[in-house]
Structure formats: C-alpha cells, structure tokens
Design a protein around this ligand. Structure first.
Ligand SMILES: Cc1ncc(COP(=O)(O)O)c(C=O)c1O
Length: 395
C-alpha cells in the first residue's frame, strides 16, 4: 500500500532526547551497564496526598467525561496560586486544563497561527526539543533566535530584532530553561516586554519548571508585568514541580479571547482531562512540603554534580539556577555535540543528550539530568572524567 501522509508531519524529526533514552534502554536490555542522564523526569514519586486523592476519585466513580475547560475547583485554585505566587492577575475563567504542558503549548500555538499564512513563531535557543516540531505541526514557521553560552544565554534586544518580521505572531520563552537552567531576570523580562509591545506579538511563557529554582532565586513570570499582561500566555503544569509526569496535567493561563479559541480545539480534540487526575492535581497544589523537599534534594545534587563536571579538564558548566539539568560545554578534540554524546555512550557508558538537538547555541554542549541517584551521578562523573582525559591525551 502506498500511503499518503501529511507532508508537514513528514518533515518533523523525532525527539532527540527520546532517541538517546531509547538507545540507552536498548543497551541496558542487552546487559550493558549504562547510566542514563538523558531523561527529563523527576526521580520522585508523586506526593502521597495527590496519589490518595487520585485513588479517591477513581473509588468515587469520577471516571466519566467532564467539562472541556477542566474542574472548576482546580481552575479556581490554580488562579489563586498564579495570583499569590507569580503575581499574575487572573481568575478561573482565564485557565484551561490540558493533558500535559506539551499539549497546552500545542493548542496555544494552534490558536495563534493560521496554517499556510506563513505565520512565524520565534523560539529562543537553545530550546526544548519539541517547540520547533510543535510550531511546524501547527502549520507555522519556527524561527530560531540564537543566544550564546559565553554570555550565559542572556536575552538581548539585538538578538530579537534580527529575527522579527511582519509575519511574527509569537515568541516562545521558557524559564527556568530546559536545557540551560537559566532563569528570567527582570531586566530580560523588560526587554521582552518592550519588544512584544513594539512588534505587536504574543509572548508564550512556558514556566513548567517554575517551582524548581535554587539559591533563593525567582524567575520572573512575564504575565506579571502589567503593560503586557494582555499579550502573555502562561503555560504550566504538574509534571515537573510535583513529579506527576504520567498523570498528564498541564494548563494555559491567558486572556479570555485566547482561552475561548483554545477551548474550541480542546472540545473537539480531547473532550476533557480525566477527573481523578485533576483531583490529584488539586491536592498536589497543597503539597508544599513535598515540593520543598524535592527542590532541596535537587539542589544538593546540582552542587555535587556541577562541581564534579567543572573539575574535569575540558568541561565548563555554568551553575543552573533552575530546573534539573546540567548543561556543559565539552572540549573533546574538536568533536561536535553528537560525536561527544556518542563517545560518552560508547566509552563511558553514560547517556547524555547532544546540545545541537536544542537548536542553535548548543555546539559542543551536552545536557545531563541531575534528577538521578547521587551514586549514579558519582559514577557517571568518574567514567566521564576517565573517558574525556583519554580522548584529550591524558591532560
Ligand atoms: C520546557 C518544557 N516544557 C514543557 C514540557 C512538557 O511537559 P508535560 O507535557 O509532561 O507537562 C517539558 C517536558 O519535558 C519541558 O521540558
């Protein structure tokens, strides 16, 4: 059978981080002793209160369709959280639930662009591997804006101006950032605000790692800036902050006209989220102690791992201020990031994600998750140290 496929989807590459994880899994299954630092997932269980609430929902028979926007009580509670913790003035009507942050981003882009109109969406790079494919799948054109390692990926007006056109509809901004661990400063937020106003574009702020920040730092929520509040869409969810990746819980907070359009797509594409999942999410919003304990544990491992990386000759790693990734530049006999990742997998048996998978600005970089057992981090450091010294002539 000669199948006819959607030509746009055919142009999308598979996810690089999933590809590395799959390769590592296969080697593990063959008995090779691999340490995987490639997966972007908390290594904690979902907080007990949330799990119990989910079980309670199932036991009570909350296993039917419910509204496309999400449970009213959950949307109320999220709105309260965004007001109190993020300085975002919103009400329950500004919130729509989505099956994961990923789908929340997809429906937002779908709401803002028209396929075949040549609409463009700017993406600050390095960027999470799915933004480009989501923009493409939505029928728009992703435009990568390179930020650079040497300046720790600071946003500049210059970088933005170089990539804007009269087709630009939106910019995707992700802080705390996957993969770099950078957070958004007030100064950078103001640059984005001025730029968005001047060019009449929407800012899509993916704040999925917002609760995972270190050293008392706080990443600015763009929607908290009053002069741009009507042009910011905030994406958040429960996967990372409350270790609920498998529950598929994300949300969009946006001005009402945008929510209405997203709700149309939601009604026809997903109907609703499962009620018991949302009941678990409602409980998770009150699991403050669990969130604190997880973040403290990441902090401890961040310090240990980043110090260890910087002690390896040829490796430079800025200290991440948020999320749970170490993003390091590796000087390995001139190899590019794909060759570095391949070498580390073959020689050190450590799986990492090549920096070039995250678009521009990731040359010779690799991303490693420190949401990994400390014993594995220790062993991975030792193996990478030996392998990198070997390649670099024992330096
Ligand atoms: C930056 C970023 N945004 C969004 C997501 C999506 O998370 P989920 O769909 O699990 O809520 C991820 C997951 O890796 C991510 O890293």
């Amino acid at each position: 059978m000669d199948y006819y496929f959607n030509q746009t989807l055919l142009s999308i590459p598979p996810s690089a981080s999933l590809a590395v994880s799959e390769k590592a899994k296969k080697l593990k299954a063959e008995g090779v002793d691999i340490i995987t630092l490639a997966t972007g997932e908390p290594d904690f269980d979902t907080p007990a209160l949330a799990r119990i609430a989910g079980i309670g929902g199932i036991a009570s028979g909350h296993t039917h369709y419910n509204g496309a926007l999400g449970l009213p009580a959950l949307r109320e509670r999220i709105a309260r959280k965004l007001n109190e913790e993020n300085g975002i003035q919103c009400a329950a009507e500004n919130i729509i639930m989505a099956p994961g942050g990923k789908f929340a981003i997809y429906e937002t882009i779908r709401a803002l662009v028209t396929p075949a109109a040549g609409d463009e969406v700017m993406i600050l790079n390095p960027a999470w591997v799915s933004y480009g494919p989501i923009v493409t799948a939505s029928g728009a054109v992703p435009v990568n804006v390179a930020l650079d390692f040497e300046h720790n990926y600071k946003i500049t007006r210059d970088a933005l101006e170089q990539h804007v056109s009269d087709k630009t509809r939106a910019i995707i901004v992700n802080y705390p950032n996957n993969p770099t661990g950078c957070i958004l400063s007030q100064e950078e937020a103001e640059i984005l605000a001025d730029f968005a106003l001047e060019h009449d574009v929407i800012l899509i702020a993916d704040e999925i790692y917002e609760r995972i920040v270190y050293d008392g730092a706080k990443s600015v929520s763009l929607a908290s800036i009053p002069r741009i509040a009507d042009r910011v869409v905030t994406i958040n969810g429960f996967s990372k902050s409350t270790a609920m990746t498998g529950w598929r819980l994300g949300y969009v907070c946006a001005p009402l006209p945008i929510i209405r359009i997203i709700a149309l797509l939601s009604q026809h594409a997903i109907s609703c989220l499962s009620q018991f999942s949302m009941e678990a999410a409602l409980a998770a919003l009150d699991c403050e102690q669990d969130i604190k304990a997880m973040t403290e544990s990441y902090l401890h491992r961040r310090n240990f791992f980043v110090d260890g990386l910087n002690a390896i000759p040829g490796v430079t790693c800025h200290v991440p201020q948020g999320a749970f990734y170490a993003w390091a530049k590796v000087d390995l006999d001139g190899k590019d990031s794909f060759a570095i990742a391949d070498y580390l997998l073959d020689e050190a048996r450590v799986a990492v994600v090549p920096g070039d998978s995250y678009g521009l600005g990731g040359d010779c970089c690799i991303r490693m998750s420190f949401a990994t057992a400390k014993s594995d981090l220790r062993e991975a450091l030792s193996r990478m140290d030996t392998a990198i010294r070997k390649m670099n002539g024992g330096k």
